[in-house]
Design a protein around this ligand. Sequence first.
Ligand code: NAP
Length: 318
Amino acid sequence: MSCCCTVTWAGYALLVWLAFRLFNTVRNIVYPYFIAAPISDLVAFSGGKWAVVTGSTDGIGKAYATELARKGFNIVLISRTQARLDSTKKEIEAVKSGVVVKTISYDFTDPSAEHYRQKIVSELDKLDIGVLVNNVGMSYDYPEKLTAVTGGLDVLSNIAVINTVPTTLMSAIALTQMAKRNKGVVINISSGASYNQMSLWAVYSATKKYVDWLSAILRLEFVGTGIVIQTVNPMLVATKMAQIKKTSFIAPGPDQFARSALRTVGIMNETNGCFSHQIQGEIAKLIPSILLTPFLTKQSIGIRAKALRKREREAKDD
Ligand SMILES: NC(=O)c1ccc[n+]([C@@H]2O[C@H](COP(=O)([O-])OP(=O)(O)OC[C@H]3O[C@@H](n4cnc5c(N)ncnc54)[C@H](OP(=O)(O)O)[C@@H]3O)[C@@H](O)[C@H]2O)c1
């Protein structure tokens, strides 16, 4: 075969690959948000009456818990602070009459399997869990090198634990039940920060990559069952963690985000959760990392400089 013929076939193969990538990109942006019909009865689909949400007294977790209550689930809220759990319970009860809300106070910086058994497994074993949302997570206050993160080793350890251990153990707890019923939904909240090697966000980016891999591997382990394991990779959502107060098209509020993301359950195994984030996510996946990584690094350096200037100003004011 001539060299010219080989080049032609390579060209066709490239075109087919590009067409496939483009089709997938457009499909991921349009299909889940404008065409696909969301599951009408998530309680029946999941096979359990209870939804468990970690990190559920604020932000995205609270929004998921509230939306799942609206969809007919009873709710288990698991967060650190009992007073905040109590007020979130009241808020959810006001949104949906007849809903039963249980609370478990647990500090997820504690990775002890024994403590999980005592405080969480003992409670959840009594309930049929239809949906688990592994939401709790922690990040740096601002982008910084591993060796200079405010709070040092304590904060690094907390981020590493919170972003990986609860998702692992809670999945194991819920899936043990779900496997017996052959039904259930596990939603793992990762981040767009998992797509790239994010300089100055080392532990956050790396732990979110762990969540992506764990979810993908669990999908393999439970393939052929009625169990759905979904990875959600949000971009910016206007929450306390993101330090964004004003919502926008780029950074929606947590309620809007959770409502949109829940519509994609059973439709997308991996999602950015809402239309504007899906556009950003698909673009990020299309750009080669050799181009995107330097851009993201520059952006992180800019955010760090701004945060340090703000700190200096605040220190002077004190
Ligand atoms: N916001 C974004 O832009 C964004 C983007 C991508 C991914 N995400 C991911 O989305 C998830 C939620 O983020 P968010 O922005 O909604 O956060 P958030 O507003 O800061 O809420 C965090 C929740 O977790 C709880 N929590 C914090 N530390 C805890 C601990 N040690 N033990 C138990 N509970 C704890 C908090 O409640 P208490 O303080 O009362 O315990 C609160 O309910 C995280 O996994 C995050 O990585 C967020």
